[in-house]
Design a protein around this ligand. Structure first.
Ligand code: TPP
Ligand code: MG
Length: 896
């Protein structure tokens, strides 16, 4: 039957030198299939291929299959229920989704919105909603669906039919400020916390976070924390989106770890924003190869049921050949034209095919549908996907961008951004989807909701009830955890005595204490991108184990040692390998576990600070939007503290980057007790009080003495500053010195110099967070502006510094802009030193001198401020320059 089926073009077979012999082989295959089934044929052929490859044939097996559906018609599971009712329901959702965008843009074209994307994937969503996606209920933990961000009108339209949203709310689409209950443009848990679960609209973010979500579910199961068996993670991705490195970057992990709880649906509408995704190729075939190589189960849904008869009679493979030869650019054009055009330009490529469709009218040809728009084909694919075990599944569904938009966008280059429809297009849309609307209603783009007792509404209610309720739905809180007292970190609070340690080490001790804690220990999730040894955490490998779904299939090289490299099915550490994007995706999964799994977990994600925000900033933003709770720790931070590593490693700006994230609390502690206080309070806020904030804490690798915590420091540590060491000197000139991170030690040394060399009293403040101080200042300033006749409030910085005298000098290991954040609340002269410019390799001492943040520059800056305010002679400043051998003519380090 298949004697002349074309050899797949990708396997490089040249001209056939012996056609008769080829036919014999093919007939033999047919015979095996007929007598022993396709599995046996596959077995024999696999052996034969292996034999040839061993003899040097080079790779034979093609990684792609023909450009047709993966599931043969005979194997399709049938869509249950009444297909017509299901189609009518979907048509209504289509209409309302389109109407809300059209109406918003009648109001003002400023509002924006997208129509074409949802129209291409309506079937893909609706089949899921009607048959597959469980809401969390007594019987089921709930599936987790990552919806495509810019298709949100489709979700809102469905929620409207389900009675979850009102017409007024639909009319408030993209008007969240002016309309109460207005709807956010895209899925934002921050803006609609009880509705949206996953922020996806920054392309690629939904993809990678969905993989790590599925992985984290297996982790929770393995650790006996939550039963996640039977729950699925679904992600809807655009074919254009597949080009993002974040989208494809972790697919190998999903394959390697056999994440069979993960289903990706790639909506292959062949278009992105500007034009075709692969005009000169075929995105479905390309993706099939990629995913198969990454170990995924690939289900292609290319053609709709109306093609079935034509494909069934394609014994000579001519139709499949033309299907394979056409490129996506052509497929797009076909769908922007009509049946006559398709006849001429598609079937017309082969006169035999033209004959084969001669009995069909142009309209019938036009109705030949694509797989992703056919509810039967989509149902069959989803059915196989959820049954598949051992591998993640990707469904590559071919659709049409702007389906149903006719002259206003179907298959057109401009369709992505179309947010208006002409009257003709609206009327045609109504007719095509058979909506019971008058011309008047159509022109006004009125919403349509069928009567409650209609077959559509009954079907909708019955299906969602059977699947446990409505989706999407987001849980905002879980049971609080009991947070240990500060006492647990006694070692840090008491100081290190004679010993010198780094804050990284102090943190590792805090983490170790938490891991051992009876109440919270099990909830801790250490996450490391291949840097445990850098941070001195390798002891934890053995102590709590590294999670691996396979356990440990080898004897580790260091097995004789106490602290060997231990992989374990029940391991607690997520050792991510070298992927900061993957690591933060795990951070998000763990830090939102309270919502997705009703189990609070506490991620501690530690990494090289330079490869943090600036590497994965968009994922940090997604973490914030997701209301993630946990700790991010920027290890070996500070532009002069990580001294030997140079420009690409030395971080002098991550604090500024984190200052832009509204719900991040960022700290730059110097001493172990500060680290302990910040973490303990963070735990209280996040997992006891369940505030949706997360923490960024910089850690350093410089060893020094850590004092015991001064009495009464806790409040100041958390608010951002406290008086660490007041000067005992009375009278004479006085300055206030501010420092953070390791540079605080330079500031302390500068205070000594000022006292001993210049007789200046210097009070030293530890500033744990300029960013928190700024937050407080902004709030106070605003309140005062809005309450002009009332007693003004005072910013915390002002309160603190007003209690002492003299100008203020700050020095940090970050850009000047970091400490500059508080300038307007500093009650007197304020001079800031910082590490602006590119980093370099040298000793810490040399670097601090180079960037002009060391003790001598701090002393110099203080004297200059005193001179400017008339408290010391300018001569004394000059004296400091000479005494500290400062070269006044050296170029500024920021000059490039
Ligand atoms: C990281 C990122 N870059 C760019 C955009 C802007 N953008 C939104 S949708 C889109 C095109 C998406 O095409 P595709 O993934 O094929 O989705 P479709 O709408 O075709 O389903 C672009 C460029 C974005 N949202 N995120
Ligand atoms: Mg697309």
């Amino acid at each position: 039957m298949t004697d002349s089926l074309q050899a797949p073009s990708s396997n490089g077979a040249g001209a056939d030198i012996d056609a008769a012999e080829t036919t014999e082989w093919l007939e033999a295959v047919d015979a095996v299939v007929e007598h022993d089934g396709p599995d046996r044929a596959r077995q024999i052929l696999a052996r034969a291929v292996q034999r040839a490859e061993l003899q040097g044939s080079g790779p034979i097996a093609s990684i792609t299959t023909p450009y047709v559906n993966t599931i043969p018609v005979a194997r399709e599971s049938r869509l249950p229920g009444d297909p017509l009712v299901e189609r009518r329901l979907r048509s209504i959702v289509r209409w309302n989704a389109m109407a809300m965008v059209v109406r918003a843009n009648k109001l003002s074209s400023e509002l924006g919105g997208h129509i074409a994307s949802f129209q291409s994937l309506a079937t893909l969503y609706e089949v899921g909603y009607n048959h597959f996606w469980h809401a969390p209920s007594q019987e089921h933990g709930g599936d987790l669906v990552y919806f495509q961000g810019h298709s949100s009108p489709g979700n809102y339209a469905r929620a409207f039919l389900e009675g979850r949203l009102t017409e007024e709310q639909l009319d408030g689409f993209r008007q969240e400020v002016s309309v109460a209950g207005g709807l956010s443009s895209y899925p934002h848990p921050w803006l609609m916390p009880e509705f949206w679960q996953f922020p996806t609209v920054s392309l690629g973010i939904g993809a990678i976070t969905s993989i790590y979500q599925a992985r984290f579910m297996k982790y929770l199961e393995a650790r006996g924390i939550s039963e996640t068996e039977g729950r699925k993670v679904w992600a809807f991705l655009g074919d254009g989106e597949m080009d993002e490195p974040e989208t494809m970057g972790a697919t190998a992990l999903a394959g390697r770890e056999g994440l069979d709880n993960l289903v990706w649906v790639v909506n292959c509408n062949l278009q992105r924003l500007d034009g075709p995704v692969r005009g000169n190729g075929k995105i479905i075939q390309e993706l099939e190869a990629d995913f198969r190589g990454a170990g995924w189960n690939v289900i292609k849904v290319v053609w709709g049921s109306r093609w079935d008869p034509l494909l069934a009679e394609d014994h000579d493979g001519r139709l499949v050949k033309v299907m394979e030869e056409c490129v996506d650019g052509e497929y797009q054009t076909y769908k922007s034209r009509d049946g006559a055009y398709v006849r001429e330009h598609f079937f017309g490529k082969d006169p035999v095919l033209l004959d084969r469709v001669a009995h069909m009218t142009d309209d019938e040809i036009w109705l030949l549908n694509r797989g992703g728009l056919d509810q039967q084909k989509v149902y069959a694919a989803y059915h196989e996907a959820v049954e598949h075990t051992g591998q993640p599944t990707v469904i590559l569904a071919k659709t049409i961008k702007g389906y149903g938009m006719g002259v206003s966008g179907e298959g057109q280059m401009i369709t992505h951004q179309a947010k208006k429809m002409t009257e003709d297009a609206l009327l045609a849309f109504r007719d095509r989807f058979e909506l019971p609307l008058t011309d008047e209603q159509v022109r006004a783009a009125e919403y349509y909701k069928p009567p409650e007792d209609s077959a559509e509404m009954e079907f909708l209610r019955e299906r969602r009830a059977a699947l446990g309720g409505s989706l999407p739905v987001r849980r905002v809180k879980a049971s609080p955890l009991e947070v240990p007292d500060l006492e647990l970190f006694k070692g840090q609070l008491e100081g290190t005595g004679d010993r010198e340690i780094s804050t990284t080490m102090a943190f590792v001790r805090v983490l170790a204490a938490l891991l051992r804690d009876k109440k919270i220990g099990r909830r801790i999730v250490p996450i490391v991108p291949d840097e445990s040894r850098t941070f001195g955490m390798e002891g934890m490998f053995r102590q709590v184990g590294i999670y691996s779904p396979l356990g440990q299939l080898y004897q580790p090289q260091d097995s004789e040692q106490l602290m060997f490299y231990k992989e374990d099915k029940h391991g607690q550490i997520l050792e991510e390998g070298i992927t900061e994007a993957g690591s933060i995706s795990s951070f998000i999964a763990a830090g939102t576990s309270y919502s997705a799994h009703a189990e609070q977990m506490v991620p501690f994600y530690i990494y090289y600070s330079m490869f943090g925000y600036q590497r994965v900033g968009d994922l940090v933003w997604a973490a914030a939007d997701s209301r993630t709770r946990g700790f991010m720790l920027g290890g070996t931070a500070g532009r002069t503290t990580l001294n030997g590593e140079g420009l690409q490693h030395e971080d002098g700006h991550s604090h500024l980057l984190f200052s832009v994230v509204p719900n991040v609390r960022a700290y730059d502690p110097t001493f172990g007790y500060e680290v302990a206080v910040i973490i303990q309070d963070g735990l209280r806020r996040m997992v006891a009080e369940q505030e949706d904030v997360f923490y960024y804490i910089t850690l350093m690798n410089e060893n020094y003495h850590h004092p015991a915590m001064p009495e009464g420091a806790v409040d100041g540590i958390l608010r951002g500053m406290y008086l660490l060491r007041p000067s005992a000197r009375d009278g004479g000139p006085r300055v206030q010195l501010l420092g953070s991170g390791t540079i605080l030690n330079e500031v302390l040394a500068a205070a000594d110099l000022l006292e001993s060399d210049f007789g200046v009293a210097a009070d030293v403040w530890s500033v744990t967070s300029f960013t928190e101080l700024r937050r407080d200042g902004i709030e106070v300033e605003r309140w005062n502006m809005l309450h002009p006749t009332e007693e003004p409030h005072t910013a915390y910085v002002t309160q603190q510094l007003s209690s002492r005298e003299g100008p203020v000098v700050a020095s940090t290991d970050y850009l000047r802009a970091y400490a500059d954040q508080i300038r307007q609340w500093v009650p007197r002269g304020y001079r800031v030193l910082g590490t602006d410019g590119f980093g370099r390799s040298d000793s810490r001492r040399a670097l601090r001198r180079f960037f002009e943040v060391d003790r001598h520059y701090v002393a110099l800056a203080a004297l200059k401020e005193l001179a400017d305010s008339g408290q010391v002679e300018a001569e004394r400043v000059k004296e400091a320059i000479d005494r500290y051998e400062i070269d006044a003519e050296t170029p500024t380090p920021t000059r490039v």
